[in-house]
Design a binder for this molecule. Structure first.
Ligand SMILES: [Zn+2]
Length: 430
């Protein structure tokens, strides 16, 4: 570039399955050789391409051209430009599974459609109504970190990826409890636990955790045939058996291999295009102009105001605040934002924030005792930071505990359970 050689390292390329097949010139996901991670052959059942083989050998770069030649459409059989770059790029590994399309908009959305459909295994109208009402009820418990609040099932077709993501990671164990059959519920929990493990920074260097998540995902896919129907075991569900390999290879949580940030960028790029004529050239010119004039019309990142705010009481003993913002989370005295983790082990209900006499910022509240696992199959929910407890918060009483805000190590999503006063708590993942 301009007479100089630049070294570029392609770390990974997340894209959905049709885009990946197009860029690499490999078979599409709904053909017999549709899985680009393994050599498992598709089986055509009832107008659907299914992938029942879970033990096929993984694809290797040595056989990439051979794999490419399986593409049914001769127009797509062209060596990808990336192969012309000197040095070896592992196109099998580099083109990662995009979890946003594979799980949130893929497996989870399809599972919800099957459950709310009209199949023999689908839910009764009463149970669908129950799940829908629970989702509506949870809207006011949605923490500040979530851009979208839960919506009723009548809007399922319009659910965005982040809404489905929240169902897998947080809402599912609560909204599906006693609404799904026990087989269906335990089956879903396999996906929920595995997804939480593979999205947790703490687990990416722990081979035991990754292997456990892999086993759970394989159980989920294996049992899918029995609980639902083998004709629905399409690429959407098959690809789940390859998720743990991605985390093990990159040593990154799945959230880092997402296309979310690129999807956001896509909106920005679309706004730069003024007409449908030569869009790539238009983009190149606009980006050049922006860099040249140093003008950014991108929405600026909200400057987070770190510290205490929203004065609650200004008494003789000093200022008492409702709200505290740190780099990761926002806390306040509402049910959606008041539950935090202290010292990596205690569930703590926040009453207010105040400085000590020496000026140290403190959080006042109480430790919640009597916590129990939210579920115990396939493992205790404590393993992935999920629990339940009864609450008796009385803010008229003097708080029992005060801790330094430095002791706050996490935040919990609080959700009411059917039993009065009993709530589920699931720790937020970054
Ligand atoms: Zn495969």
């Amino acid at each position: 570039m301009e007479g100089r050689a630049h070294k570029i390292r392609l770390h990974f390329a997340p894209m959905d399955s049709p885009a990946r097949a197009f860029v690499l010139g490999t078979p599409a996901f709904n053909t017999y050789d549709g899985c680009n991670k393994c050599e498992g052959e598709g089986v055509f059942i009832d107008f659907r391409m299914t992938f029942p083989d879970m033990n096929a050998p993984l694809r290797a770069m040595d056989h990439f051209l051979e794999y490419q030649s399986l593409t049914p459409n001769p127009l797509h059989q062209r060596p990808p430009d990336l192969l012309r770059i000197p040095g070896i790029i592992d196109l099998i590994r580099t083109f990662v599974i995009d979890v946003m399309h594979a799980v949130d908009l893929g497996a989870m959305k399809k599972l919800m459609e099957l459950l709310t459909g009209t199949y023999t295994f689908s839910l009764s109208p009463t149970m669908k109504k129950l799940i829908s009402e629970r989702l509506e009820q949870l809207a006011k418990y949605s923490p500040r970190e979530f851009q979208r609040k839960p919506r009723p099932l009548s809007l399922l077709a319009r659910f965005k990826a982040k809404e489905m993501n929240a169902i897998v990671k947080y809402l599912g164990p609560v909204i599906f409890k006693d609404a799904l059959s026990s087989n269906q519920y335990n089956h879903f929990i396999n996906l929920h636990v595995a997804y939480r493990i593979l999205n947790d920074y703490k687990c990416v260097n722990n081979d035991d955790s990754i292997n456990y998540a892999d086993t759970l995902l394989r159980n989920f896919v294996e049992d899918f045939k029995l609980i639902y129907d083998e004709k629905f075991l399409t690429y959407t569900f098959h690809i789940l058996i390859h998720l743990a390999e991605e985390v093990e290879h990159f040593r990154l949580p799945l959230i880092k291999l997402f296309a979310y940030r690129f999807e956001n960028r896509l909106g920005y790029l679309c706004r730069l295009v003024r007409s449908g004529h030569l869009p790539i050239m238009q983009l190149a010119r606009r980006i050049y102009d922006i860099n040249f004039f140093n003008v950014f019309d991108e929405p600026k990142n909200r400057n987070k105001k770190i510290g205490f705010s929203q004065l609650k009481i200004d008494d003789t003993e000093g200022y008492v605040y409702r709200k505290y913002v740190n780099l990761d989370y926002t806390f306040n005295d509402t049910m959606a934002n008041r539950f935090c983790e202290i010292d990596g082990k205690f569930l703590f209900a926040i009453y207010f924030f105040k400085h000590s006499e020496t000026g140290e910022p403190l959080v006042y509240g109480e430790i919640i005792h009597g916590i129990q696992p939210l579920y115990s199959i396939p493992c205790s929910s404590f393993y992935v930071g999920a629990m339940k407890a009864r609450l008796n918060i009385d803010e008229t009483q003097t708080p029992k505990e005060s801790r330094s805000i430095k002791d706050i190590t996490g935040k919990y999503y609080c959700m009411p359970l059917d039993d009065s006063n009993e709530y589920a708590f699931i720790k937020l993942l970054h």
